[in-house]
Design a protein around this ligand. Structure first.
Ligand SMILES: [Fe+2]
Length: 110
């Protein structure tokens, strides 16, 4: 539960940086992947606990949920392959872009 709260806080902090729609999409798919991974870990530990307590039926039911979560994770991972940011700049490209926008601004000002 606290892990999911962390994801929500992360989303809020990201939104405050006023990202473009393509980056929001990338962020959201990443957040979905994190949520599914988190759920998978939770189900795995619950299944271990149920087995240790010899609650076989419970472990079976939890295992069905685990399978659903794993299927959802696979879907999200496939989706993330399709969702790409429009412009992915490396550090050097970002510097160049910043410098050229600065020089064009100063030219305009002059
Ligand atoms: Fe899920």
């Amino acid at each position: 539960m606290y892990g999911i709260r962390g994801l929500v806080a992360e989303k809020k902090a990201f939104g405050e940086e006023d990202p473009s729609q393509d980056l929001i999409d990338v962020f959201n798919v990443g957040a979905a992947i994190k949520a599914e991974s988190y759920e998978i870990c939770e189900y795995e530990s619950l299944i271990d606990m149920a087995r240790e307590m010899k609650h076989t039926k419970v472990a079976q039911l939890l295992n069905q949920n685990l399978k659903e979560e794993k299927a959802a994770l696979k879907k999200m991972e496939a989706f993330s392959e399709k969702v790409k940011p429009n412009e992915m700049m490396n550090e050097e490209q970002e510097k160049k872009a910043a410098m050229s926008s600065k020089s064009s601004r100063s030219r305009r000002a002059a």
